[in-house]
Design a protein around this ligand. Structure first.
Ligand SMILES: NC(=O)c1ccc[n+]([C@@H]2O[C@H](COP(=O)([O-])OP(=O)(O)OC[C@H]3O[C@@H](n4cnc5c(N)ncnc54)[C@H](O)[C@@H]3O)[C@@H](O)[C@H]2O)c1
Length: 436
């Protein structure tokens, strides 16, 4: 089968490469010429473990192609996936103009039956807008070409994206067309050999499932952050509380880790967009508003702990920051807590020395010389008055506290991910603060 994937970002590039890995002929399309140029030269524009080798392998096998022009492949494909960005609009609702642009190009150029599948995260009702845009373009050129629309939200996690796509927990497809359903089922069949996990729904339900899933995960995080903050006040240890509640099978162990707030390209914008969808329909998502509120507060919590330790006197302090990406195994810094912390620290007169195994270039691109970039974690900590652990990359898990104790100016460690042992830190003479 031949397909096109429009939007060659974290979702489009991974999906396209994984489809190609299963023997499907895939053309990845992006308007960003730099991105396509670098892919054509064999350079991957994002960091995702395992992706580079997989892209190379499938390009060499002649199954994976890159172009800036959807028209070059439109006559040869049966399905077009739309995986372009849907960033928040000024009011928090999803900005659909990238998706609708792709729909218009599709309508202006298809010459035979093709399915338009929206993989981008889009609010309920978007498929109707996509369909209307395509029909309008077909009408403008007086073309009578059959097409269908479907919604196929993506659940991959950055950092584990290939595994998630190759062995998904489920694949959700919303469509009201049997013909489209059959085509999409055929495409995903190679991913279902270990067990059928396709869920077919109507289109609004598929669109809603993605937002409800992300909102539920964000809710668990904010709930645990709230519990952690209360634990501190009443003398309980949130790590013990987490184990105690996670062992209940009705609750489960995952997504119960408190920290310094959720970030990334999905949770913040999807929670906002669902709140907005509700508002537009005359309903208030009270739980989600609280989820957002808790998260905004939590992003500043490491700063508040530092401020408390130094009794408000932060001017001239040197703060080492370990981790910039919004989570480990990615270079993505969209809505990362590190950005909020850097902003507050520099405004308070601190010098921030940063190190991240992968996201240094991305940080430079975003904030330039606002911080001091260090070549490794120990260089960042050299002469620092305090160390903040913001992203729990594996290499930060077992540092030498003896070395840190000798090279830091003051022994203060603020652990935003609860990965260190309080007793070990105290034995090494550190003032140690964790979440909860
Ligand atoms: N990143 C994730 O982990 C993740 C997971 C699940 C779902 N999603 C959703 O998938 C969608 C894409 O997310 P992403 O993180 O891959 O975004 P991204 O920003 O990494 O990539 C989007 C790409 O689309 C391209 N684009 C924009 N308009 C285009 C057009 N008209 N034609 C061709 N290309 C165009 C951009 O140049 C960009 O390269 C979003 O709706 C997001 O919410 C993301």
């Amino acid at each position: 089968m031949n397909i096109a994937i429009v939007g060659t970002g974290y979702v489009g590039l991974v999906s396209g490469t994984c489809f190609a890995e299963m023997g499907i002929d895939v053309t990845c399309v992006d308007v960003n010429e730099e991105k396509i140029k670098s892919l054509l030269q064999g350079r991957i524009p994002i960091y995702e473990p395992g992706l580079e080798d997989m892209v190379k392998r499938n390009v060499e096998a002649g199954r994976l192609h890159f172009t800036t022009d959807l028209l070059t492949c439109l006559d040869n494909v049966e399905v077009v996936f739309c995986a372009v960005g849907t960033p928040p609009d000024e009011d928090g609702s999803a900005d659909l103009h990238y998706v609708l642009n792709v729909a218009r190009t599709f309508g202006q150029n298809i010459n035979r039956y093709t399915v338009f599948v929206t993989k981008s995260t889009v609010p309920v009702g978007t498929a109707l807008k996509v369909k209307a845009a395509i029909m309008e373009e077909l009408a403008k050129r007086g073309a009578d070409v059959e097409f269908d629309v479907a919604s196929n939200p993506e659940f991959l996690k950055e950092g584990a994206a290939i595994k998630d796509f190759m062995t998904p927990d489920r694949v959700v497809v919303g469509t009201d067309s049997e013909r489209a359903q059959k085509l999409i089922a055929k495409l995903y069949k190679p991913f279902m050999l270990s067990g059928e996990r396709m869920i077919f729904t109507d289109i609004p339900s598929a669109e809603m499932i993605k937002y409800a899933a992300n909102s539920m995960l964000a809710t668990r995080i904010s709930f645990m952050n709230d519990v952690a903050n209360l634990c501190e006040l009443v003398g309980a240890d949130v790590n013990m509380v987490r184990k105690g509640i996670g062992s209940d099978t009705r609750i489960g162990k995952k997504f119960l880790y408190p920290g310094c707030g959720y970030g990334g390209s999905c949770f913040p914008k999807d929670v906002k967009a669902l709140i907005k969808t509700a508002e537009k329909n005359g309903y208030e998502m009270r739980v989600l508003k609280a989820v957002e509120d808790v998260n905004e507060h939590q992003k500043g919590i490491l700063f508040e702990k530092l401020e408390k330790h130094f009794r408000g006197d932060l001017k001239g302090k040197i703060v080492a920051m370990w981790g910039l990406a919004f989570k480990p195994e990615t270079d993505d810094m969209r809505e990362a807590p590190s950005l909020v912390l850097i902003d507050r620290l520099t405004k308070a007169g601190c010098t921030v020395k940063v190190y991240d195994p992968i996201a240094m270039d991305e940080c430079r691109r975003r904030i330039g010389d606002k911080v001091v970039y260090c070549k490794d974690m120990y260089e960042a900590a050299l002469d620092a008055d305090a160390l903040m652990l913001v992203t729990e990359w594996k290499e930060f898990r077992m540092p030498s506290f003896a070395v840190l104790g000798k090279t830091m100016k003051q022994k203060v460690l603020i652990d935003g991910r609860n990965i260190y042992d309080k007793e070990e830190l105290n034995e090494n003479g550190f003032a140690y603060y964790k979440i909860g």
